[in-house]
Each structure stands twice: as C-alpha cells, then as structure tokens.
Design a protein around this ligand. Structure first.
Ligand SMILES: [Cu+2]
Length: 471
C-alpha cells in the first residue's frame, strides 16, 4: 500500500500530460495588415509568392498568397481616392500543372467596386504573367458607397486554384455609414472566410482542387478564437472568399444584426439567427455579446441542389468574458438606394454544365470566349435579366462594375427587393435582377462565382457602349 500512492500520482501526471498534449490549441484570431490611403491615394505593391503558412492546429500549408498573408493586406480607401497597386507575379510553377497550361497567370479584380473596367483599372482581361508585374490605377468615384468589398485574381482558367491558395483580401471603403454613432462605437473585425483543399502528401493546394483535405479558414487559421465583453457590440465584416463553398452562418445563442450586404448599407437593421453568404458575397453584421461563455461561429450543414452534402463546420470561437459593457444597436441606417427605373431590355441567361468529363461549362451553352460579345447596351440604360440554373446545382451570379436590384426569385416578385453584386440562382430555379449600366463604358463580364465553373466557361462578355450622339 505504501508504494501505491506515488505510482498513482505518476500515472495521474502522465495522463494529464497526455491529455494536454492531445488537447487541440486553437490560435487567436488576427487581423490582416491594414494599408490605408493618405491624401487621396493608396499606392502599394503586392507580391504573389509562395510561403510556408502555419494555419493552426499543427497544419502547415505551402501556398502562394498576397505578400505572404492569408488573407492579403486590407486596403482601406475613401470615396474619391485613387488606388495604385503594382501587382508582382512571383508564383512558382506548381508541380502538378497540366501540360500546356500555366496556372500562374494572374490579375486583380476589385469585387463590388463601381469603377471603370478599362485599361489598368478593374479590367478582367488583363494578364500578368509569372515574372512580370502590372500597375493598376483605380479611380474610386466621389459618390462611391462606403462598405466591404474584396480583391482577388480573375484571370480566366485558374482563378479557383489561385483563390484556394489564399489569394484574397478585404477592400474597405470608409464613409457615411461608419459615422453613425452606434456603428462608430463598435470594434471592427474582418472575418475572411476561406476554404482550402490541402493535399496532405505535398502540403499544397492541388491544381485540380476537387481533391485534398477540406479546410475552412478564418483569416488564414483553422477555428481561431477571439473575445468580446458581455454586452459589447462588435461589427464583423464577413467575406465569403471561397471558390465554391456556401456559408449558412450561425453564432450560438446570438443574433446576427445585418447592416450591409455586398457593400451596400441596408435601410434598417435586419436581425437573424442565420445569415447565408454565398461565394463572393459580404455582409456586415453587428453582434451584441450575451452572458460570459464560449460560443461557436458555425457554418451550418448545407446542400445546394445536386451538389455534394457539406457537413457543419465550426469556423471560429467567441469567448465572452470580462467587465460588462452597455452598448446600443442602431435601428435605421441609410436611405434605401432607389429603384433604377423601368428596364428597357429583358434578357435571359442560363448557367449550363455542357460536359462533366472534361468539365466544360457555359452561359446559354457557350463556354466563355473573350472575343464573343454576348450583349451590348448603352451607358445609362437599365436592363432586366433572368438567370436560370440549367443544371440543378445552383450558382452565384456576379456581374462586374454595377450592383443590381434583385426583384424576383423563381418568378415570384419580392416584397422588398434588395441590392447585391452577387446573388444565388437557386437549384433548378431562377433569379431576376434589374441592372443599371451607369458611369462606365467598356467590355465587361458576368459569371458564376463558383470559381471552378467560371474557370471552365460559365462567364460571358458584354459591352457597355457610349450613348449615341444626337444629330
Ligand atoms: Cu456555377
């Protein structure tokens, strides 16, 4: 009996040590580096290159990203600013690139910004080859809405692989809504949601991204942890920076008070227990912390039509602790952006899978061809488009440069139409939107924001022409 106690103690210590070793340590949420404009200009260089990333829970990821960050730096601008970015392409050739293809060719898209698509502005047809660089100069209009936008690669063919490497960054326009007292008082956090397919054998993202470990990251980490004080209101700018994942978001025991969608401030706070974000979308939410405790931010289980079922994932953990605060939520926000008026032209588009093996997709059964102009319209015109899912998996419809008013879903008029730059086309269904083609002429594109679909052809070109001169 005399010797049993030390043995028992040693066993207890050993078991405790083992438990400690197996207890997963999640990292603290960090914010991406902020680069803000000064004196009306934000001039910066962003280099795409490969790095070893520690994404938490002992997992290393070798991937190419923007200045070594997942996500890249947050770019902060004001209406009227000039954004000057020199993009340097140092992406190394991936070992699994298919013969005859170059997945390194890239460019930048400023998703949601109402800016010119021409020249060295938000031009989706720019090509920045490996070893080359390109300088963008994007003029933000003086009346640009304040909100949450993002930047990511947009060179047709390998966007999905580049974004799955971690090439995405937040782009914030500051202005009117930020000055509302209840919003100005709230601490801000960027939550960039990403989805990575990691090949455990190589630690890299396969070029054909259907394979690999399915990892969800928030600001580049698996399930990061952050804190709030009881009663504190925080503003989360949530961005769905994934290539194909839908995010039905819930925070345990908390409501999400939505104040903006796709960079457009809502007229009034919309409180919900579940906020759906589809690839490319953003929402700004206010969260008021409840009682002390640990609460999970979850991506709920989801299935989109005939797409594979995606189980629930915990994205992040919120620890509510410390001295309580008393903070208010706003009720009204900014006036609703007006209806663009009567549409002069009606068009129908279908998003189609033309072939599964090899994957070929298209719009109205035509794969993307930059030389083919699918529609022409005059500057200042308004059109009504109905986009149909031809394959029963659903698709996020995104158009560059101009936001649109969503008016009908599956043919049913909405009681309250809403503004978006990306909207879901429901599986086996359709969505109708009204688009004002304001302020900017030029060739431009719309596409499915499931990036594998965009890469394989589900994109089309339209040209906005200058108004004819009166004679
Ligand atoms: Cu699609």
């Amino acid at each position: 009996m005399k010797s049993a106690r030390p043995i028992f103690l040693a066993l207890t210590l050993l078991l405790t040590a083992c438990n400690r070793r197996t207890e997963i340590q999640y990292e603290t949420l960090t914010q991406p580096e902020v680069r803000a404009s000064a004196g009306g200009v934000l001039a910066t260089t962003i280099t795409m290159s490969e790095k070893n990333h520690d994404i938490g829970v002992g997992i290393a990821l070798v991937s190419s990203s923007y200045d070594g960050g997942i996500p890249g730096p947050t770019l902060e601008l004001r209406p009227g600013d000039n954004l000057q970015i020199t993009l340097v392409n140092n992406i190394p050739m991936p070992g699994d690139a298919m013969a005859g293809t170059d997945p390194r060719v890239s460019n930048l898209h400023f998703h949601g910004l109402h800016v010119s698509p021409l020249g060295n502005s938000d031009n989706p047809l720019v090509e920045v080859n490996a070893g080359a660089s390109f300088t963008y100069n994007v003029a933000i209009p003086a009346n640009h809405p304040a909100g949450t936008f993002w930047y990511h690669p947009h060179h047709h063919g390998h966007v999905a692989w580049q974004v799955a490497n971690g090439m995405q960054g937040a782009l914030i326009v500051r202005g009117d809504v930020d000055a509302l007292p209840t919003i100005a008082a709230a601490r801000e956090r960027i939550l960039m949601l990403a989805n990575i397919k990691l090949d455990p054998a190589t630690g890299r993202v396969p070029v054909m991204s259907e394979t690999g470990m399915d990892l969800f990251l928030v600001n580049g980490k698996v399930r990061p942890v952050f804190t709030m004080r009881p009663g504190e209101v925080q503003r989360w700018r949530i961005l769905a920076g994934s290539g194909s994942r839908y995010f039905p978001l819930q925070l345990d025991s908390h409501e999400l008070h939505q104040i903006a969608f796709d960079g457009i401030t809502l007229p009034a706070v919309q409180s919900t227990t579940e906020a759906m974000l589809i690839p490319g979308q953003r929402t700004d939410v206010l969260v008021r912390a409840g009682a002390p405790g640990r609460y999970m931010l979850r991506k709920m289980a989801h299935q989109n039509g005939l797409s594979p079922f995606v189980p629930e994932h915990i994205l992040a953990e919120v620890v509510v602790e410390g001295a309580p605060l008393t903070m208010a939520l706003p009720t009204t926000l900014l006036p609703m952006r007006p209806d663009p008026g009567v549409a002069g032209v009606q068009r129908n588009w279908s998003f189609d899978i033309i072939s599964e093996f090899p994957m070929v997709t298209g719009v109205n059964m035509q794969p993307f061809n930059a030389a083919v102009v699918s529609a022409q319209m005059h500057l200042g015109s308004v059109e009504e488009w109905t986009i149909v899912d031809g394959v029963t998996t659903g698709h996020p419809f995104h158009i560059h440069t101009n936001h649109f008013l969503v008016t009908h879903v599956n043919g049913q008029p909405l009681a309250q139409p809403y503004w978006r730059d990306t909207v879901n086309v429901p599986p086996a269904g359709q969505v109708t939107v009204k688009i004002p083609f304001d302020d900017f002429v030029g060739p431009n594109v719309f596409h499915c924001h499931i990036l594998e679909h965009e890469d394989t052809g589900m994109m089309a070109r339209f040209d906005v022409l200058a108004q004819p001169t009166l004679k």
